[in-house]
Design a protein around this ligand. Structure first.
Ligand SMILES: [Cu+2]
Length: 237
C-alpha cells in the first residue's frame, strides 16, 4: 500500500503541476503566487491520496458480510496515540503553510521606491482610473488602465455604490472595492508590453458581467508620451 500510495502521489503531483492553471504572468507578484500554489499542490496531493486510500481500504476490509446484519460492531473507546498523531501532523502542516503564505504576502506588500499611484473607482457598471495631479496640474482620468512596464504600482480602490472587486488575473492580485473605505494593493508590472483584461470579481448587479475593461502595459517611454498628452488634455478642460 505504501508503494502504491507513493506512486499515486507522484503521478498526482506530476499531473497537477503539468496543468496550466493560471493565465500569463503580468506582475512580479504573480511568480510568487504561482510558486505558492505549486507548493500547496505538492503538499495536498499526498494527503488526498492517504485519506482516499484509508477510506477505500476500510470500505473493503470492514464491509458487512452475510450474517453480520444483526450484529453490533465492536465497542471502540478511542485511541489516544492515534488522536495525538492525527491532530499534531495536520496542525504542524497548517502552521507551516500559513507561515509561508504570510511571508509571501509580506514580500508582495513591501513598499518599493518609484511607486506610481493609481486611484481606481468602481461603480455600476464600470471602472474609472485616476492618476493624481503632478506639479500643480490636474489629475488625469481614463476609462482604460494604462501602466508603464517594469514599474511598481499602488492601486487605491474605492466604490461609489455597491461592493465590486478590482481584478486583473495576470497580476494575480484582487481586492474588494467597498463603499466608504479605501482598499489597496501593490504590484510591479513585468517588462513585457501587453494588454490584460480588468474584471469585476464581485457580483454587483445586472451589468456585472459587462464590467470589463483593459489594462494596457506600455513601454516606459510610450507611457510617458501618453501621460504627457493626457496631462495636457486635462489642463485644457
Ligand atoms: Cu461587479
Amino acid at each position: 500500500m505504501l508503494i502504491i500510495g507513493a506512486i499515486a502521489s507522484a503521478l498526482g503531483i506530476a499531473g497537477a503541476l503539468a496543468i496550466d492553471w493560471f493565465p500569463k504572468v503580468g506582475s512580479t507578484q504573480a511568480d510568487d503566487i504561482d510558486t505558492l500554489f505549486d507548493v500547496l499542490l505538492i503538499a495536498s496531493v499526498p494527503i488526498f491520496v492517504l485519506v482516499q486510500s484509508i477510506v477505500l481500504y476500510c470500505v473493503w476490509k470492514f464491509r458487512m458480510r452475510p450474517g453480520d446484519e444483526l450484529k453490533d460492531g465492536p465497542p471502540i473507546h478511542g485511541n489516544t496515540a492515534l488522536e495525538v498523531i492525527w491532530t499534531t501532523i495536520p496542525a504542524l502542516l497548517l502552521v507551516g503553510l500559513c507561515a509561508y503564505a504570510y511571508v509571501v504576502l509580506g514580500d508582495m506588500e513591501e513598499k518599493e521606491p518609484n511607486t506610481m499611484v493609481v486611484n481606481v473607482t468602481g461603480e455600476q457598471f464600470t471602472w474609472t482610473f485616476q492618476y493624481p495631479a503632478e506639479n500643480g496640474g490636474k489629475p488625469v482620468r481614463t476609462n482604460q488602465l494604462y501602466l508603464p512596464a517594469g514599474r511598481p504600482v499602488k492601486f487605491n480602490v474605492r466604490s461609489k455604490d455597491v461592493i465590486h472587486d478590482f481584478w486583473v488575473p495576470e497580476f494575480r492580485m484582487k481586492i474588494d472595492a467597498v463603499p466608504g473605505i479605501t482598499t489597496e494593493y501593490r504590484i510591479t508590472t513585468t517588462r513585457d508590453a501587453r494588454s490584460y483584461p480588468v474584471v469585476c470579481a464581485e457580483l454587483c448587479g445586472l451589468g456585472h458581467a459587462t464590467m470589463r475593461q483593459t489594462a494596457h502595459v506600455l513601454p516606459e517611454a510610450e507611457f510617458e508620451t501618453w501621460m504627457q498628452r493626457k496631462r495636457a488634455e486635462a489642463q485644457n478642460t
